[in-house]
Design a protein around this ligand. Structure first.
Ligand SMILES: [Fe+2]
Length: 199
């Protein structure tokens, strides 16, 4: 039986909703100008929405990914992957997003929450992530999704609909995301520098 506590690692922000049609329209324009950065990693794709002021290199290479922990094999031993990011320094909108609806969304989120990097993340059809945990919770705004997309935190799976609403998820616990559809899933994902889950 589902009960409210099962979903405590998935928090829907009340009284905050963005215009999903505007997001989809402006995403189309952005994707004509910018490509997803894959780092050559299968089923990973990211576009940075913010940067360290004046530093274009902060939007490239491993800056689009960041440190995480995973348990890669049957020993169950946890290992650290990728590199730590100076999240607090990310506070300037990437120029290509200026005068788009993404700028309005970014400014509104920044007013309400303490954020680090804000990215557009793509999940390809029939793909998952590694089983991993991140240094901090994440804020999600689904832009394009399908019924076969779910986030799994420990043993609870939840579909996050693309209806303009905003979710905060407890990525400090082990989690994954799968896209079981036949279309790319695209979310805005922000690193939360305030932690509502670990107090
Ligand atoms: Fe994650």
């Amino acid at each position: 039986m589902a009960n409210a506590s099962m979903f405590e690692d998935f928090y829907q922000v009340p009284d905050l909703k963005f215009d999903i049609q505007k997001l989809r329209g402006d995403l189309k324009d952005i994707l004509e100008k910018k490509k997803f950065n894959t780092l050559g990693i299968s089923h990973f794709g990211a576009i940075m929405m913010n940067q360290i002021p004046g530093d274009k290199s902060s939007t490239t290479g491993h800056n689009v990914r960041g440190v995480y922990w995973t348990k890669p094999d049957d020993t169950g031993k946890e290992v650290q992957r990728d590199q730590k990011i100076d999240e607090e320094k990310y506070c300037e909108l990437v120029p290509e997003f200026r005068n788009t609806y993404f700028e309005e969304v970014y400014n509104k989120l920044k007013k309400k929450f303490k954020l680090g990097r804000v990215r557009i993340l793509q999940k390809e059809p029939r793909s998952t992530l590694s089983w991993h945990k991140d240094p901090e919770p994440r804020l999600h705004i689904p832009i394009i999704t399908n019924p076969g997309c779910s986030m799994v935190i420990e043993n609870v799976a939840k579909h996050l609909p693309a209806d303009g609403k905003v979710w905060i998820t407890n990525n400090t616990k082990y989690h994954n995301f799968f896209n079981g559809g036949e279309q790319n899933r695209i979310h805005i994902v922000a690193c939360m520098l305030e932690d509502r889950f670990n107090k």
